[in-house]
Design a protein around this ligand. Structure first.
Ligand SMILES: Cc1ncc(COP(=O)(O)O)c(C=O)c1O
Length: 318
């Protein structure tokens, strides 16, 4: 990062940012890509670029833009969200049922936004045949399709399918170099050239134009070079944790539901927040998702030995 050649990216003159954008576009199988500081900004710029105010966006249950982006979709893009199906993943048939006829009483259906992998459901992989069928159904109704691919790298490593193939059916995709890939800062929004040109203006409006951003893009390039294949270790560690927790009285954990690097389990003996607080006292960081569910995430700073130790410490806390 310290050695990255830099320029002023607000003027499009930072060679490292330009290189990262070209490389990310290629990996995601789209003609163009735009570097942004965060996954949240990537999603918000996507909503602004695809939608008009009062448009309707169809998402899976617990979608990140609906649940975790501070209501920004309604504040900035002025859209409303319609949750389809249960558990984050859904089918083309469920989408078709949710899309109402064009009528002055209803918001204008404009966008479908998928999440792969899906965070709140525990890093679940969206089956590609469903993504393809949803794309066909959305496009047939004149809706565009955005993919929140913050963890698309995890889906790719777990399925053996290239990121470009996974993104092929969608019109735009956001992806993060932070999170599992380990870069400190940076995400990207990819799509066709006209889409990315329009997105550029919204990035500016949100304050996401950064000057010598090559120092950040350098970290993202390092992550692409060194940290993609190793995501398989995170997936193995997550499965190991889930298997250990499934044997603990007072916890409900289904290791078969662990597709990637997120483990969601239920605490049956005390509120999830109490369990998380007790775990923190024992040096294990977790997040409570609601009253009973807890999320654990594996990443490149946690080894298999650390994971065995974490499972051991958690087993005494119910
Ligand atoms: C699925 C998903 N999308 C988007 C984001 C937002 O990314 P950021 O924290 O970089 O804004 C996250 C963050 O955890 C996420 O899990």
């Amino acid at each position: 990062m310290a050695q990255a050649p830099v320029g002023d990216d607000v003027w499009g003159e930072d060679p490292t940012v330009t290189h990262l954008q070209e490389r990310a576009a290629d990996l995601l199988g789209k003609p163009a890509a735009l570097f942004v500081p965060s996954g949240t900004m990537a999603n918000q710029v996507a909503l602004l670029t695809h939608c008009n105010r009062a448009d309707e966006v169809f998402v899976g249950e617990g979608n990140h833009s609906l649940y975790y982006e501070s209501g920004a979709g309604s504040a900035w893009a002025g859209v409303s969200f319609n949750e389809v199906g249960r558990g984050g993943l859904f089918t083309a048939e469920q989408l078709q049922e949710a899309i109402r006829p064009l009528d002055q009483h209803f918001p204008h259906p404009r966008l479908v936004a998928l999440e792969n992998t899906h965070n709140r459901s525990g890093g679940r992989i969206f089956p590609q045949r469903d993504v393809e069928a949803i794309a066909d159904a959305a496009h047939a109704k004149g809706l565009a399709l955005h993919l929140d691919g913050a963890r698309i790298w995890n889906a790719s490593v777990a399925t053996g399918c290239s990121t470009a193939t996974l993104c092929e059916p969608v019109d735009s995709v956001s992806a993060c170099f932070s999170k599992g890939l380990g870069a400190p800062v940076g995400s990207v929004l990819a799509g066709d050239t006209d889409f990315v040109e329009r997105a550029h203006r919204y990035r500016k409006m949100l304050g996401g134009g950064m000057r010598q951003a090559g120092i950040l893009a350098g970290g993202c390039l390092h992550a692409l070079d060194h940290h993609i294949e190793r995501l398989a270790e995170d997936h193995a560690n997550a499965r190991m944790l889930a298997q250990a927790l499934s044997a603990v009285d007072g916890l409900r954990c289904d290791a078969a539901q662990v597709d990637t690097n997120i483990v969601v389990f239920e605490v049956t003996t005390r509120p999830a927040r109490d369990f998380v607080a007790r775990a923190a006292e024992r040096g294990v960081k977790l997040a409570a998702l609601d009253q009973s569910r807890v999320r654990a995430v594996t990443h490149l700073d946690v080894s298999a030995a650390d994971m065995r130790e974490a499972a051991q410490r958690l087993s005494g806390l119910t």
